[in-house]
Design a protein around this ligand. Structure first.
Ligand SMILES: *[C@@H]1O[C@H](CO)[C@@H](O)[C@H](O)[C@H]1NC(C)=O
Ligand SMILES: *[C@@H]1O[C@H](CO)[C@@H](O)[C@H](O)[C@H]1NC(C)=O
Ligand SMILES: *[C@@H]1O[C@H](CO)[C@@H](O)[C@H](O)[C@H]1NC(C)=O
Ligand SMILES: *[C@@H]1O[C@H](CO)[C@@H](O)[C@H](O)[C@H]1NC(C)=O
Ligand SMILES: *[C@@H]1O[C@H](CO)[C@@H](O)[C@H](O)[C@H]1NC(C)=O
Ligand SMILES: *[C@@H]1O[C@H](CO)[C@@H](O)[C@H](O)[C@H]1NC(C)=O
Ligand SMILES: *[C@@H]1O[C@H](CO)[C@@H](O)[C@H](O)[C@H]1NC(C)=O
Ligand SMILES: *[C@@H]1O[C@H](CO)[C@@H](O)[C@H](O)[C@H]1NC(C)=O
Length: 354
């Protein structure tokens, strides 16, 4: 410390550098008890490189998988905390749900990838890494490998044996038809604020949306906050209010993690009400403009909010379990059988905004 102070006094130029690196260290939210950045350092030293290597190869074949993995982490954390509960099987293995939606290769592939990663990790390190931590790291790499920031994530989460009720899922996961007021009050349940709202919504820089999630803006007539040409094109994708089709969330660079999503909003080309209303509402509009003008700022704030969200209601220490199969609670543990979260999330019109 004394040495640093001396440096600060003697070299005013390098003192600026030191100060800026100190500030950077503070751009992460305070750690929740039980989590830290080196949790598996001795028990699974290659954890992060195993995940990165596997995902790099998977994304080269299926870029859409990145958005699926990012979404999985959002949904896990928003409902009941980041405890891997969203992974528990039920909906994805229920043929009727799958059959109901024509192009849901994205989500089943994301679930399958978490199990693939879990198996690779168990082979390398034994059963020490939770499915919740694997989901968190996979989301981080989904962002980084798509062109976004590679932020450090605290680890040490454990998996739950239970998942939330339908009512809880609906309460915590705002719908894409929500306006900013509704979004803010849903996020407030998880102590997330207006900065987190705008930053986390930037995750829509990758991925796709179903007609049912934005047909409220096309029928019976154009939402007046939507660009007319954008509207015309969307009507070709979704010619009726019951068409089941998909389109990119970010019309400019659909598979690249960048700040073009905010450029879309400024040009009134946001897909969902939950996107575009952020450029109408005076609480969010200035933040949208800042992110549109400065991608580094967006990356910094996105990483901050992701780490903050990633610590919501985590199970740590001896709570919960390390699942042997990310889709099922360990045999012998008490828990529910079905994940209603997914039923809700995947059902077109009731899809989640995140
Ligand atoms: C992180 O947590 C693990 C497990 O509790 C512990 O062994 C390790 O010392 C912690 N590391 C730091 C830097 O606190
Ligand atoms: C991100 O950084 C970590 C080290 O902090 C590294 O293990 C991981 O492979 C990196 N991910 C990507 C996609 O580069
Ligand atoms: C369905 O999803 C796959 C994989 O994400 C994609 O390649 C394909 O274009 C999609 N089809 C339609 C009609 O959206
Ligand atoms: C969950 O609740 C919503 C709204 O009440 C309902 O439409 C939906 O069918 C329910 N889903 C399940 C799986 O119970
Ligand atoms: C789905 O969207 C594509 C691309 O916009 C369009 O060519 C196709 O006609 C749409 N499918 C239906 C059933 O409307
Ligand atoms: C679609 O539009 C028709 C006619 O305007 C309306 O009766 C129906 O409720 C709408 N369906 C949906 C799912 O919005
Ligand atoms: C953009 O944001 C970064 C990160 O906060 C900051 O360092 C930089 O000064 C900003 N650039 C401009 C032109 O404001
Ligand atoms: C994991 O659990 C799911 C849901 O119970 C099951 O369908 C699947 O076969 C299991 N996988 C393995 C490898 O046991």
């Amino acid at each position: 410390m004394a040495a640093i102070k001396t440096l600060l006094l003697i070299f005013s130029f390098s003192s600026l550098l030191i100060l800026s690196s100190v500030c950077e260290a503070q751009t992460a939210p305070p750690l929740v008890k039980g989590l830290n950045y080196t949790f598996y350092k001795t028990t699974c030293p290659n954890l992060e490189s195993i995940i990165t290597k596997q995902l790099k190869s998977a994304f080269s074949k299926n870029p859409g998988l990145a958005a699926g993995l990012l979404r999985l982490h959002f949904h896990d954390c928003f409902v009941q905390g980041c405890d891997g509960s969203v992974l528990l099987d039920g909906s994805t293995s229920k043929p009727s749900e799958k059959a109901a939606l024509p192009n849901l290769t994205l989500r089943p592939a994301a679930f399958a990838m978490i199990n693939t990663l879990r198996d690779l990790i168990e082979k390398a390190c034994g059963r020490v890494v939770s499915c919740a931590d694997i989901t968190t790291l996979a989301a981080r790499d989904a962002v980084a490998l798509s062109g976004g920031p590679n932020y450090s994530v605290p680890l040490g989460r454990r998996d739950s044996a239970t998942f939330a009720t339908n009512a809880t899922a609906i309460r915590f996961l705002p719908r894409p038809q929500s306006d900013v007021t509704t979004l803010l009050s849903a996020l407030k349940l998880n102590n997330l604020d207006v900065n987190d709202l705008v930053a986390l919504s930037g995750g829509h820089t990758i991925g796709i949306g179903h007609c049912a999630a934005f047909s409220n803006r096309l029928f019976p007539s154009r939402d007046h906050t939507m660009d007319p040409t954008f509207f015309k094109n969307l009507r070709l994708t979704c010619p009726t209010n019951t068409t089941d089709n998909t389109t990119n969330l970010d019309v400019r660079t659909p598979n690249t993690f960048d700040n073009k999503y905010y450029v879309d909003l400024v040009h009134r080309q946001g897909l969902f009400t939950s996107d575009q209303d952020m450029f109408s509402d005076s609480r969010t509009k200035p933040i949208v403009k800042r992110f549109k003008n400065n991608q580094s700022l967006f990356f910094e704030k996105f990483a901050f909010s992701m780490v903050k969200m990633g610590m919501l209601k985590v199970l740590t220490g001896t709570s919960g379990q390390i699942r042997a199969n990310c889709s099922a609670k360990n045999p012998g543990t008490v828990g529910d059988a079905w994940s209603v979260v997914d039923l809700e999330v995947e059902s077109g019109g009731a899809a989640a905004a995140y």
